[in-house]
Ligand binder design. Structure first.
Ligand code: ADP
Length: 525
């Protein structure tokens, strides 16, 4: 131990021998051993007065900081002047205030070593009081530089890890073996809307919150529980959320020194990719369907266009033959040929109209017109050629005016009546009625034909749609008539709909807004 300094001797200071020789020897041996003990302590054992002037400093001071021990004694402000400038003021104040209150205290600060090194010390100080006043300070300064460096390194590593976790695009969650949350990153909280919750340590509320958001909560919770029961297992799942998002969910065991201590989960939002894939698949499916529809249409259309051509050629050949052989040409044969020409031009018109509807280019020439008059007119045309069908028409007692395109509305009624006859191949009643109520006029065409399957009725007004029972009726068609009718009627501000029962008949209804009504002298045809 270093030589004590002049001044009031402290309990650590050796006192003058006051005994006979062997007692003195014994005493000095005890003092030497005492000093050796203090010097061997791995820390600077010290004693100072309340103004920080040292009265005793162990040799460890020289080994640790490189200043001769004498300087600690001789320089009154040795401690304060060798404390690191950043710690000097607060450390001195802290120690002084604690000493004044005679309180033991402990603090950590930096000192500057003789070779310029910075040494971190933990100073553990007790205060010896006399008459309630601090009389002497005693302490031990322990070198904690290594510890501090390790701590700084650890803090740096942790902050690096936290920054890395928070900057990743994936939500990350670490749980222990019982499923309690140990850590999670900000992205995890964002994905699950947990920004306002402190999820760490709270497994149950988080799992409940999370499972409420997935489409199959029971399946999800069962999967999580199963994974907790098999800690060594890795997992990969696709999670569908109620709000439409799709997450990829990976998990793997967390290991520490070879032992499984928990599980790390990662959640990746792959909604954009999955939705794009689904959209692509949908478009591809639609494209295939469209190609199929187009191919079907081409084969139906060519068949339909070809059908009238054969009889037409036949009629023309017979006419030519009659003319060449100077035989009389009967008007009936010419009519038949004209009938096939009409059928051809009706098909071509349907094709042209359908392309207008598809392009939104169907134009109407609307004028105020009498709907009963039009209905009667169309009805009369059909009554002449109704074959084995019993056609009836029933109209209102007054005239009903609508703002309509006469030609187009006639086209609709014609189409409905044609269909009624076409799809009741065994004949039977076909009823046309015109009623009005609540500002709308309703024309209905009711037949007792083959009817339409329930599940297909909703598609009837779509382009190219033909009910599956239509071909069995033996009549052709392009599946365009009702598609065009709907467009015409809707452009008039009206509606068209169907009621039908398979095998029992159909009723097609068209409603149109009325302009006005006026007395009609001839209500029935
Ligand atoms: P098509 O030229 O095929 O008759 P439409 O568009 O006029 O085309 O009709 C579409 C489909 O609706 C028909 O193929 C048929 O399946 C069904 N349909 C239309 N009217 C009737 C009806 N009165 N009775 C039974 N089915 C009908």
């Amino acid at each position: 131990m270093a030589a004590p300094q002049p001044g009031p001797a402290g309990p650590l200071s050796p006192g003058p021998p006051s005994r006979p020789d062997d007692t003195a020897r014994e005493l000095s041996r005890a003092q030497r051993e005492h000093a050796e003990l203090i010097d061997s302590v791995d820390g600077i054992v010290w004693e100072a007065d309340p103004s920080f002037r040292f009265t005793c400093v162990s040799k460890q001071a020289e080994r640790l900081l490189g200043y001769p021990v004498e300087r600690w004694y001789q320089e009154p402000d040795f401690w304060v002047t060798h404390v690191h400038p950043d710690d000097r003021v607060w450390a001195a104040n802290y120690c002084r205030e604690a000493a004044e209150q005679c309180l033991p205290h402990e603090f950590e600060y930096r000192m500057l070593a003789a070779d310029g090194r910075i040494v971190w010390l933990r100073d553990i100080v007790t205060v010896v009081a006399e008459d309630g006043r601090p009389h002497r300070l005693r302490g031990i300064m322990v070198d904690i530089t290594g510890q501090r460096r390790a701590q700084e390194h650890l803090e740096h590593t942790v902050s690096l890890l936290e920054a890395t976790l928070d900057s990743t695009a994936d939500g990350l969650l670490v749980v222990n073996l019982s499923g309690n949350i140990l850590a999670c990153n900000r992205r995890f909280q964002q994905i699950w809307g947990l920004e306002d919750m402190q999820p760490v340590g709270r497994d149950a509320p988080v799992l409940r919150h999370v499972s409420e958001k997935v489409k199959d909560p029971e399946g999800f919770v069962a999967r999580v529980r199963a994974l907790y029961a098999t800690p060594e297992e890795e997992s990969f799942d696709i999670l569908e959320l109620r709000d439409g998002r799709v997450l990829e969910l990976y998990s793997m065991p967390q290991r520490q020194r070879g032992l499984i201590t928990g599980r790390v989960w990662s959640f990746r939002d792959v909604s954009a990719r999955v939705h794009a894939e689904r959209e692509r698949e949908r478009l591809l499916r639609e494209a295939h369907e469209a190609i199929q529809v187009r191919d079907d249409f081409l084969s139906i259309a060519s068949h339909e266009l070809k059908t009238p051509l054969t009889p037409l050629r036949l009629h023309l050949q017979m006419l030519k033959h009659a003319l060449e052989s100077h035989q009389p040409v009967t008007p009936g044969r010419v009519d038949k040929a004209l009938g096939q020409v009409r059928r051809l031009s009706a098909l071509v018109n349907d094709l042209l109209d359908a392309s207008c509807v598809g392009a939104g280019r169907m134009e109407l020439q609307r004028t105020p017109m009498s709907l009963p008059e039009l209905a009667r007119e169309v009805f009369s045309d059909f009554r002449a050629a109704s074959g084995n069908h019993a056609l009836t028409y029933e109209g209102p007692d007054e005239d009903v005016l609508v703002s309509g395109d006469r030609g187009r509305l006639a086209q609709v009624l014609t189409n409905l009546l044609e269909n009624a006859l076409k799809y009741s191949p065994l004949g039977g009643p076909v009823r046309v009625t015109l009623t009005h109520s609540g500002g709308d006029a309703v024309v209905s065409v009711v037949d007792s034909g083959i009817g339409i399957p329930k599940e297909e009725q909703a598609h009837l007004f779509a382009r190219f749609f033909r009910a599956r029972n239509a071909p069995v009726s033996g009549f052709g068609g392009l599946g365009l008539g009702l598609y065009i009718c709907r467009d015409i009627i809707e452009r008039h501000g009206g509606h068209i709909w169907v009621e039908s029962e398979l095998g029992r008949g159909s009723a097609f209804h068209v409603s149109l807004p009325i302009l006005s009504t006026r007395p009609l002298h001839e209500a029935h045809v």
